[in-house]
Design a binder for this molecule. Structure first.
Ligand code: AMP
Ligand code: ZN
Length: 140
């Protein structure tokens, strides 16, 4: 618990939210400034900022909840697609430093973009560079 953290305050019931699910280790609620109606956030009850700071069981529960809620949100909002995303760290645009998974309902013609359009320019690369990089990650 970090009492300077907005989402810890949500867990502590200091900040009211529109809850959509709660269990022993996760809490889910509607985003206050939604990108689409039904935009939801799934958070762990422990204060961690980055995904790899969570224990494997915590990650597992977080994604299980996300999967469970995505199905419900599709049904309730009448959508058949969602963008599921994490801003993982301040440099990626994370505003609340308590890890959260965004579930954003998507529909054809909604004017939004896929995550392929995340960066304005893609780095030029080649198979040699990718091979070396993959090998470093694989063997580290
Ligand atoms: P991120 O940039 O990934 O950290 O996103 C933070 C998200 O939290 C934004 O989409 C905000 O609209 C949302 N948010 C911030 N404060 C609240 C709150 N009190 N209740 C619900 N959603 C919130
Ligand atoms: Zn927190």
């Amino acid at each position: 618990m970090n009492l300077n953290c907005t989402f810890c305050k949500v867990i502590d019931n200091t900040i009211p939210v529109h809850k959509i699910h709660e269990d022993d280790t996760t809490l889910s609620f509607l985003d206050i400034n939604p990108l689409a109606l039904g935009h939801a956030l799934v958070i762990p009850k422990v204060h961690k900022t980055l995904i790899h700071e969570l224990a494997p069981e915590e990650i597992s529960t977080l994604f299980k909840t996300t999967s469970y809620l995505t199905k419900k949100i599709h049904i309730i909002t009448g959508t058949h697609a969602t963008t599921i995303a994490i801003n993982n760290g301040a440099d990626s645009g994370q505003e609340v430093p308590h890890i959260h998974i965004h579930i954003i309902p998507r529909s054809r013609g909604d004017g939004g973009t896929p995550i392929h359009s995340l960066m304005p320019v893609r780095p030029k690369t080649n198979h040699e560079e990718l091979k070396e990089l993959a090998s470093k990650i694989l063997n580290s």
